[in-house]
Design a binder for this molecule. Sequence first.
Ligand SMILES: [Zn+2]
Length: 301
Amino acid sequence: MRSRIYKHSTATRLKKSTITAIFLTTLSLPLIGTRNSSLAQDQSHPTYEVYALSYGVYPDFPVSALLAGADKTRKIDLQMMIWLIKGPGGKNILVDTGCYHENVVKGKGIRNLIKASDAIAKLGLSAADITDVIITHMHWDHADGMDLFPNAKIWIQKDEYSYYTGAAWQAGGKSGGIEPDDVLTLVKLNTAHKVSLVDGDDREIIDGIKVYTGGRHTFASQYVSVRTASGTVVIASDNMYLYENLEKHAPIAQTFDAESNLKAQDRMKQIASRPDLIVPGHDPMVFVKFPKPGNGVARIQ
Ligand SMILES: [Zn+2]
């Protein structure tokens, strides 16, 4: 996979240098206007591979809890997922961390549950190989595995951190879906200088990887865009639970602000290079649309 990307980059570089030479020698013009072209991006910035990884299935989940206005009798086998962004130079960025602590998973009936650190082993990686973890939001099924990755820097929205370590637990606060132990873990990681608080929307936290707010699944949930060889991929996480949210233009059922959520979904369509490069948070169809390489691993491309 990597060698193919290098070949691609080399080819692009050759093409680019030819174009540059033509511009400079025959037209004497600087390279104005090419900055945003895919050629320029390929040459000067890294691209990444994006994988969805299954870590379990939550059976018989009501669709009406995912899709606003859905038939209350409909049920779905909810796909539990994390996402790996694999970059050049040993950069391995995990988006969300699943769940595994006994007190968190007990009684939930999740089938084929594996730890996030075991899910990444399917791509030949161990927990120590993860350089960065982007937490989209603090719900138990996304943040509970945060303590599995000893070398990772944790990226989370500053407002998400503030709210769930504070106001969420005060009168009038909303702490549904948040595990108190996960909050303690996050605070401990912060005191160990392992947390980077992202201050707001549209932030490029790593070259080619941006985070966005406005989905309002939780207080300050974020979604992620990634530059890949196939274009820009958007990892929506629970800011868009299912493909059906996008198709029916329906907000997610669990949100602080349905209007803001819909706007965020509309914006994802602007950010992603193709609509099918938007990856929802819990849709089993991800592994049908992207069947390769298989065995609970889907390469998004
Ligand atoms: Zn979730």
